[in-house]
Design a protein around this ligand. Sequence first.
Ligand code: SF4
Length: 400
Amino acid sequence: MPCCVKVFVQMTSLGIYVQVPFCQTKCTYCNFHTGVVSSSRFAPYVSAVCREMKTYRDLYSAAGIELVPAISENATVDTVYIGGGTPSLLDPAHLKNILGTVRDSFRCDLAEVTLEADPETVEAQKASAWARAGINRVSFGVQSFSDAELAASGRIHRRADIYRALPILREAGISNIGFDLIAGLPLQTPGSWRESVDRLVELAPEHVSVYILEVDEKSRLGTELLKGGKRYSAGAVPTEDQMAEFYELAQTAFSAAGYHHYEISNWAKPGLESRHNLKYWRREAYLGFGAGAHSFSGVQRWANAHDAAGYVNAIHNGFLPVEQLERLTPEAALEEELFLGLRQLDGIDVSRIEKDYAVKLASRFDPLASSGLVEWNGPGVRLAPARLSVSNEVFVELLR
Ligand code: SF4
């Protein structure tokens, strides 16, 4: 080949998600498949996750997952998200091992490597080891600054842990820190919510997420609420209207503090939006490793089995325990474009979607625009910023 001819290989960016399904205690509102287990189970689990990564091509082929270019050699991993559960419970050597395996198994140009952490688990030595392993972003499950709410929800950390952990992380050189809050915890009042929002703004994390408590019968609190009981302070859960007010108060306070509201539940200092999570809403490819981890190749979606012990066993025996493997139909892909796209405050490009899917969409949005739930924005449409707390109404109408 003459030396002046350049070969252009199309590069696509890929996200990696690693699920760590272990916690110190079970929060009363939790409906995730996570467990409180002996720490002796961490090492075999990490070893299975690393083996899944190293052999993913063979495991996928055997499981009927197509190795499309978005998840094969042409892809460059630029984001890693280690979530859970409480992955900060793992020994830092385990996290180093996981990230080393990502680098060995994929072409990498890592821009954002996130670890979810409980503030109570943060120590100086651990934080330094996280930074040395390449973690440059920590997402804290703060949930509330009220000790009464944290205790009622079964959280292990307290307000003092948030104040103790933050400088430790900054000192370790981790400069991109996210705080999560939950609107609707038992015992939460307008005053205590205002306090949590104000204290958060004062600490100025780079990123903020606000989740509205969902009552799910798979959680202890949800079961209690559904039967009208009082355990877990179920009698003191704010009403749905109050939760919507809490959300709107946060919206106003974060915007006044200079945060960019870029997704229904997420705010960031400009330029520090979560690159990894944006892939979910933009329908870009990501591979999930570990028990219960979900993946998307652009063509197929699948998830690993939830049971951690069963997962370790399956990987040890050389097969991937895939629970749901689905090839998206054009109709399903279109629904995702609308449902995920509209979660972003910039909205969706209607003309692009009409072209890609050979559909007419304008008529579906006109009644929603007339009732003030969405607004036209040039060739696109977005949720009306003042009606975000009722965004579910829009999705119900659209998917009808
Ligand atoms: S820390 Fe998260 S995953 Fe673990 S029990 Fe609490 S809500 Fe569930």
